[in-house]
Design a protein around this ligand. Structure first.
Ligand code: TRP
Length: 341
């Protein structure tokens, strides 16, 4: 039986953190056992982040180029367990059919639907310059997915609306050409709670909050300990009371990083009795984080940029084959491209 295709994308945003790992990447790694997976570093999507202000430059000397960040991201993903021998790992701009199909889809998608995208509204409200690219961001996302006829797309809650739009675009394309050319895509929601910021557990872990809020996967153990040690908790004295968000977050990290039940239950009992020592809990959290991160950092340190670039070139070649075939079919159905002789 043919395996279904899974597709997902991630922006080359720099260093991955624990929230990304447990919120997405670990799931990507596991899906490789059951599906043909295509994982894409979406650099063209990231361009929208560099054009949100009148004063922005595509290439700002204060930031790495998207090309450099894409190589970094690919290395980090492989260190986490994305296996380029089994899955296709590539960079979006290396396969130009993504943007080509996005144009066709921009002629298929409804303007009204796009104006209802929550992420667009949020970002547009916070930007002083709103590009058309930001507006049609989800159209490019639909092209990413449908180029590979993916059936499943692992994403977080915040992308469900974009996935629904991709389905609508696929359906409308099918109606326009009178044929089921694109399959139905389905979001595969990543289970499990989100990891929250260590310094402000009301918000989910994210780099944009600032350095002390997240644990980078490639950070030095000392730097991580500094953040874990100063993570927000509470006084620890209320008996049987509800767990504060910061403490609940530490327990969640402990569970996700694979602490055995005995360890977690022991701390829970101490907490319920109002006798927990947060220093001990944090030491356990740090130990378990490092047990997960040590092998990842080790694998990453053995990779060279050249090696990663070669892997990405091979990934783009495999992706191209599929993308070219899909796009040839699209051109033929739209009635453009060189006429057949
Ligand atoms: N918009 C997604 C995000 O911000 C990234 C993305 C781009 C994506 N294209 C995709 C995710 C295709 C899944 C499928 O997380």
């Amino acid at each position: 039986m043919e395996k279904k295709t899974v597709f997902s994308g991630i922006q080359p945003s720099g260093e991955l953190h624990l929230g990304n790992y447990y919120g997405a990447i670990q799931n990507w790694v596991r899906l490789q056992d059951r599906f043909d997976c295509v994982y894409c570093i979406v650099d063209y999507h990231a361009v929208t982040g560099r054009t949100g202000r009148e004063s922005d430059k595509f290439q700002d000397p204060r930031h790495e180029s998207l090309a450099t960040m894409s190589v970094q991201m690919a290395g980090d993903l492989m260190a986490c367990g994305i296996d380029p021998r089994r899955s296709i790992l590539f960079v979006q701009s290396h396969v130009p059919e993504h943007t080509e199909l996005a144009w066709v889809f921009s002629c298929v998608a409804s303007h009204g639907d796009l104006t209802r995208m929550i992420q667009f509204k949020d970002k547009a409200d916070r930007s002083d310059y709103v590009s058309v690219g930001l507006f049609i961001y989800p159209v490019l996302q639909a092209a990413d997915i449908l180029l590979y006829r993916a059936a499943k797309v692992p994403v977080g809650e915040d992308q469900v609306q974009h996935l629904e739009l991709a389905r609508r675009i696929g359906r409308r394309f099918n109606t326009l050409v009178g044929e089921e050319y694109f399959p139905e895509v389905e979001a595969e929601l990543t289970a499990g709670k989100r990891i929250m910021s260590l310094a402000d557990p009301a918000h989910k872990m994210s780099k944009s909050l600032g350095d002390k809020h997240y644990v980078g996967l490639m950070e030095e153990p000392d730097a991580i300990w500094k953040k874990v040690r100063s993570a927000v908790t509470d006084s620890g004295e209320q008996v049987g009371g509800e767990m504060s968000p910061g403490v609940a977050n530490l327990f969640e990290i402990l569970r996700l990083t694979g602490a055995v039940d005995d360890v977690v239950d022991g701390f829970k009992a101490q907490h319920a009795a109002g006798k927990i020592r947060y220093g001990d809990l944090k030491t356990a959290v740090q130990d378990h984080i490092m047990r997960v991160l040590d092998p990842i950092r080790e694998r990453r340190s053995r990779m060279s940029d050249d090696e990663i670039r070669d892997t990405l070139a091979a990934g783009a070649a495999r992706a191209s084959e599929i993308a070219k075939a899909t796009m040839a079919g699209v051109r033929a159905r739209v009635g453009v491209g060189p006429p057949p002789r």
